[in-house]
Design a protein around this ligand. Structure first.
Ligand SMILES: NC(=O)C1=CN([C@@H]2O[C@H](COP(=O)(O)OP(=O)(O)OC[C@H]3O[C@@H](n4cnc5c(N)ncnc54)[C@H](OP(=O)(O)O)[C@@H]3O)[C@@H](O)[C@H]2O)[C@@H](O)CC1
Ligand SMILES: [K+]
Length: 505
């Protein structure tokens, strides 16, 4: 699914109104119906409800929501901001008239000074103060109103975006000056800001309401941001031919493990095997022999000459893909071995965990990475290499810059892992949950992506499909084991089921 910027959405909205002859009032009604359906599925009409409406079309949406709630038996109190009595947009004025025709509407219209009726924690707030027409971060009375709503402890449903938050970038915005929603119901599309962890507490849970914006305009409008969904992965995953052998599915090499961290090698190996690699070699220190042979007997074991750490990463065979990092530690011998590997290898690799920590200690290595190499850092690992970032937003922007500069694929791991490509495109992942915040989870991902690379998928595809498969495997595992009990082993074990469900076989 495309994720559009606010500017894109305004354009699509305009085309829908101008070319397809749908009136903006009709669109406002569709938004309001969608919002009210969500409310009716959660709360009874006896719920004390206050609707906050701003002067623009976000306010118009809110006023029609109030009307529909009254029709459904609710008794909402409406607070409408109409500075000096003449600031309402045309649609907001029409929505106000439509609401007032209901008669007996309980309303406070703020014209000069704000006097807001008391809000209690028992209240349901419908937040239609500001949507995508926000020009600057909230100040003065608007800011005070957002804070008042937040401090009330009421349950908040925001229309389109939490008021005070921009749909795209929020570098200049302070969280406490934005309405904190429990549920945000976005018009047609989720916003870029929803996928950045900084905004999670503002957006709450989110849903979209389909208001039938122009299909043609949606198709024709280009964007750099996407949400990866099942169909996208299904389209790129190749089905296996009837006549095939393991030789058709590549030979991957994993440099993984050290004394005390052999489990990371096991997790990566299991992920790779469940992701369909034809042949897998695990290169670990000698101490890992029994561990690998016993727990992943399907893999070949290649012992390092050292007992406890990897000291040599010279590939002795033309492997179709190499992954390095899980559990290797940052010992000097391993550091030297990885540096040599990075400087000599001419094909894209997957680098994770301690491989990233080693790069962080010698950032000049980045220049030697083969274009198309895939780095899979979580936020701390990313910052160690590319410098401390103030927010998830600046981290994403930095990732875009370095992915372009060094021609790398960077997977920023998190709730919505973002795969950032050299061409400036960002693919947010839609699968996975907090159940995957468990040791070894990232090692499984390294194994999956390395296995896809080994099978001949391009780096970009291996990364985005790998992240989706990994998240779906996490969802399948969590359905059995729950958010506390899911382990990396469960995620690895569910990887095959995830691929099966994507392919629909
Ligand atoms: N996408 C779609 O297809 C559809 C979208 N729809 C809905 O429309 C919403 C967008 O509506 P919108 O453009 O009227 O803007 P909105 O957010 O209501 O605010 C504008 C008002 O705020 C004011 N203002 C701005 N910044 C301010 C500040 N810092 N401090 C104080 N004031 C400030 C601004 O003042 P002005 O700039 O005019 O001086 C103006 O009065 C969108 O989010 C969605 O809910 C649906 O209805 C139908 C289909
Ligand atoms: K809003």
């Amino acid at each position: 699914m495309k994720i559009f910027t606010t500017e894109n959405i305004r354009h699509i909205d305009r085309v829908t109104i101008d070319d397809e002859g749908v009136s903006s009032m009709e669109l406002i009604h569709r938004v309001a119906e969608g919002v009210v359906n969500e409310i009716l599925s959660r709360w009874r009409p006896s719920k004390p409800t206050m609707v906050f409406a701003g002067a623009g079309n976000n306010g118009a949406d809110a006023l029609i929501v109030a009307k529909l709630l009254i029709e459904a038996g609710f008794n909402p109190h409406v607070v409408l901001i109409n500075v000096k009595g003449d600031s309402l947009s045309r649609d907001c004025r029409m929505a106000r008239e439509e609401l007032m025709r209901m008669g007996n509407v309980s309303m406070t219209e703020i014209v000069h000074t704000a006097h807001i009726p008391p809000l209690t924690p028992d209240h349901l707030v419908i937040d239609g103060l500001f949507g995508t027409g926000l020009r600057n971060p909230l100040e003065g009375g608007y800011m005070a109103m957002a804070r008042y709503i937040n401090e009330s402890g009421a349950t908040v449903v925001s229309i389109d975006v939490p008021s005070g938050m921009f749909g795209d970038w929020n570098t200049r915005v302070l969280a406490r000056n934005v309405v904190h929603a429990d549920l945000t119901i976005a018009v047609q599309f989720p916003r870029l800001a929803f996928f950045l962890s900084d905004n999670a507490e503002l957006v709450g849970r989110w849903k979209t309401v389909d208001i039938g914006l122009s299909r043609k305009a949606i198709e024709e409008t280009t964007t750099k941001y996407y949400l990866i969904e099942k169909d996208d992965v299904c389209r790129v995953l190749k089905r296996r031919p009837d006549f095939c052998s393991k030789a058709d599915f590549g030979h991957a090499l994993l440099f993984a493990g050290c004394y005390g961290m052999m489990g990371a090698a096991v997790m990566a190996a299991r992920g790779a095997l469940r992701a369909g690699v034809g042949k897998l070699t695990v290169h670990s220190p000698r101490c890992g022999f029994g561990v690998i042979q016993n727990s992943v007997p399907e893999a070949l074991f290649l012992p390092d000459r050292e007992e406890n750490v990897i000291s040599d990463m010279t590939p002795r065979f033309n492997y179709t893909a190499i992954g390095a990092g899980p559990g290797i530690g940052t010992n000097d011998a391993t550091k030297g071995a990885l540096e040599t590997l990075i400087k000599t290898i001419k094909r894209p690799m997957v680098l994770d965990a301690d491989a990233l920590n080693i790069i962080a200690r010698n950032p000049a290595l980045i220049d030697h990475l083969t274009p198309g190499s895939i780095l899979t850092p979580h936020s701390v690992e990313f910052d160690r290499i590319f410098g401390s970032q103030a927010s998830a937003e600046t981290r994403l922007l930095k990732a875009l810059e370095v992915a372009h500069k060094y021609k790398l694929i960077i997977v920023l791991k998190g709730r919505y892992s973002a795969t950032v490509r050299p061409d400036g495109k960002v693919f947010f992942n839609s699968t996975g949950s907090s159940a995957m915040a468990t040791p070894g989870s990232g090692d499984v991902l390294t194994g999956i992506i390395t296995a896809l690379l080994a099978q001949g998928y391009k780096s970009e595809t291996a990364a985005t499909a790998g992240v989706y498969i990994h998240g779906l495997a996490g969802d399948i595992a969590a359905a059995e084991e729950g958010e506390y009990g899911t382990t990396a082993g469960d995620i690895a074990a569910a990887t095959g089921k995830a691929i099966k469900s994507i392919l629909g076989a």
